[in-house]
Design a protein around this ligand. Structure first.
Ligand code: FDA
Length: 584
């Protein structure tokens, strides 16, 4: 049977994962078709915390893409006073500086990346990525539902339904990407293995407009955690009043008991919950929407079946804690897109694609575990407030009041609360989880060294050029004084080598190997009077090689290989390493 449509890559889903992948593939010049069963992009602002690494992917797509995201995002300085309170209008229990806003963390963020963390609701992020894909030539079809696929030695035939006409049609592609979310049919049909459980908690989202400036503008925060009797029910841990737009659009996340049927959240219930958490009995809200969702604790242990790949929530299903979902989904796309492009263009063999699951499945496990652990780590806060024993309001009020007593017990309680909230840094300022991802696969060639393990790899980012790690960011300067991140010198679908004074042989080797393999390789020399200068010495601090050494960087900014100094046979070494990575 002849297929109705043919393309190199078919992507199911226009969420952050699918749209990012389509945008990257289109930017790399690959024929891609992306479909979505619905007529709309994200209708609710689910994901919002956008970390530096994700912004680096957007920056790689182009300065205009990064700039558009920043235009719509709430900036970092409005994100950070994570408030714990009895209600927004009521007593504040504590606030913690989060998301890189404490002076110490701010410094670490500034060192780590050219990009700023920000709060960009999914309702803005998805259109930016999708538009980028379309403007670069990706084919897209809305109201188009994936139904099934079969693969053979040469490709994948996928059956979709056009929901406007009700007619089914087939798409023949070399590769199929399932970016179809937490109930992924592609993952199911591909028979991919999962560990963990779905539906471990119940939550509801209430999206509304109300000007709450007077309760929040003096302590700007994305997340306001409201501790009230009964708020510990369900997945999210407590009542959450989340800023969507400062300070007049909000999303309340409120748990429900997963052993009971999901509640029907009507306007009356939504208003009552909003009044209770904001602490204003006659608050009027303009309800936009309400829905329920379940908390999952489940990840794929393998993300590829032949010509079929899964990514995003299709592969890792977890609560919003740590804000890792969309961020990880976009990075899955950044990992896979250049590999698919290299294979489709004949620069690499399909063996390269095996590295996708080898590199991203451990990340899926890590982030699902982290996000679920973060929920459990609310427990000590409830304990410190005496809220761990159900919904006896009077007992809880007595216990909360006791923390103000000038007694030994009161001091102990205050200390317990301080410690419990401080420990939530693992959810609200977990820079290492966001930035330390290091790969070990056939697409990385070791140099005989072991990647250094720094202090607390979850909390702190530790730069290294050890193969597998993300290339460290350092500002370097062109002759005209222009300032560039080392990451700006790499990426955009190309391999790059970075070298210094005395590394001329690497530059020549890159030219020769590029010609021989038909693979674009950019060569950059950093040093006095070279392509870029390390005026402030930041590159010297993180490069881990000598001036004449070489760092080979993959299109996704990860270090593929490095040599401490110029070798006896730079062309032979570079050729051997690249052939190994590309699967020749
Ligand atoms: P996503 O579910 O977004 O998209 C799936 C796509 O596939 C959709 O376009 C859908 O229509 C399509 N599709 C599904 N089945 C199909 C079929 N059969 N045929 C065709 N199309 C089909 N993350 C984060 O990074 N930071 C954060 O701060 C938060 N915060 C947050 C808060 C709340 C309340 C929630 C519920 C979630 C978050 N997240 C988050 C998580 C984030 O929303 C989630 O991880 C991403 O949306 C996942 O993106 P995907 O593209 O993988 O799936």
């Amino acid at each position: 049977m002849t297929a109705d449509i043919t393309t190199d890559v078919l992507v199911i889903g226009t969420g952050p994962a699918g749209s990012a992948t389509a945008a990257l593939l289109a930017s790399y010049g690959v024929e891609v078709l992306v479909v979505n069963r619905y007529r709309w992009l994200a209708k609710t602002p689910r994901a919002h915390i956008t970390n530096q690494r994700t912004m680096e992917v957007l920056r790689d797509l182009g300065p205009e893409v990064e700039a558009e995201a920043m235009l719509h995002a709430a900036p970092q300085h409005l994100m950070g006073n994570n408030v714990f309170c009895v209600s927004l209008a009521g007593e504040e229990l504590r606030r913690m500086q989060s998301w890189g806003t404490s002076p110490e963390s701010k410094a670490r963020h500034l060192r780590a990346s050219p990009c700023e963390m920000n709060d960009l609701p999914q309702t803005f992020m998805e259109p930016i990525l999708f538009k980028t894909a379309c403007s670069r030539g990706a084919q897209s079809r809305m109201s188009t539902e994936y139904l099934s696929h079969v693969q053979d030695a040469d490709g994948v035939t996928t059956t979709c339904r056009d929901r406007l006409t009700g007619k089914d049609f087939t798409v023949r592609s070399t590769y199929l990407v399932g970016a179809d979310g937490g109930n992924s049919l592609v993952a199911e049909h591909a028979g991919l293995p999962f560990e963990g459980r779905m539906g471990v908690g119940g939550s509801m989202n209430i999206l509304f407009r109300a000007d709450l400036s007077r309760y929040v503008a003096h302590r700007p925060s994305v997340l306001n955690w409201v501790m009230q009797p009964g708020a510990d029910v369900g997945g999210i841990g407590m009542g959450l009043v989340r800023m969507v737009r400062p300070w007049n659009e909000w999303l309340i996340v409120w748990g429900y008991d997963i052993t009971q049927p999901a509640p029907v959240v009507d306007a009356a219930m939504a208003t009552q919950v909003a009044r209770q958490l904001v602490g204003v009995p006659d608050l009027e809200i303009d309800l936009i929407s309400a829905n329920t969702w379940t908390v999952n604790n489940c990840y794929a242990t393998h993300m590829q079946a032949g010509r079929v790949f899964i990514m995003g929530d299709a592969a890792h299903r977890h609560p919003p804690s740590n804000g890792l979902g969309s961020n990880t989904s976009i990075r899955d796309g950044f990992n896979l897109a250049w590999k698919l492009a290299a294979v489709v263009k004949g620069q690499a063999t399909p063996k390269l694609l095996d590295s996708y699951s080898a590199e991203r499945a451990p990340v899926a496990k890590q982030i699902v575990t982290r996000a679920n652990q973060s929920i459990a780590e609310f427990g000590p806060i409830f304990e410190a407030l005496g809220m761990d024993g159900g919904v006896d309001h009077q007992r809880i009020e007595r216990s909360m009041a006791a923390r103000c007593d000038a007694t030994e017990a009161g001091e102990k309680q205050r200390e317990a609360l301080r410690r419990a909230i401080d420990f939530k840094v693992y959810e609200f300022d977990c820079h290492g989880v966001e930035m330390n991802q290091r790969y070990n696969s056939g697409a990385v060639v070791g140099d005989g060294t072991t990647a250094p393990v720094g202090e607390n790899m979850e909390l702190y980012y530790h730069p290294t050029t050890c193969p597998g790690a993300r290339l460290p960011h350092a500002w370097v300067y062109d002759r005209a004084g222009g300032k560039h991140s080392t990451l700006d010198l790499c990426g955009k679908g190309r391999f790059t080598i970075l070298t210094g004074i005395g590394g001329g042989a690497w530059v020549k080797a890159a030219e020769a190997v590029s010609r021989a393999l038909g693979l674009p390789i950019r060569a950059v020399t950093i040093g006095p009077r070279a392509d870029y200068e390390d005026h402030v010495g930041d590159w010297h601090k993180v490069r881990d090689i000598r001036d004449s050494g070489c760092i080979l960087v993959r299109p996704d900014h990860h270090v593929a290989w490095r040599s401490q100094s110029v070798s006896a046979d730079p062309e032979g070494d570079l050729s051997r390493v690249l052939r190994q990575i590309l699967g020749h």
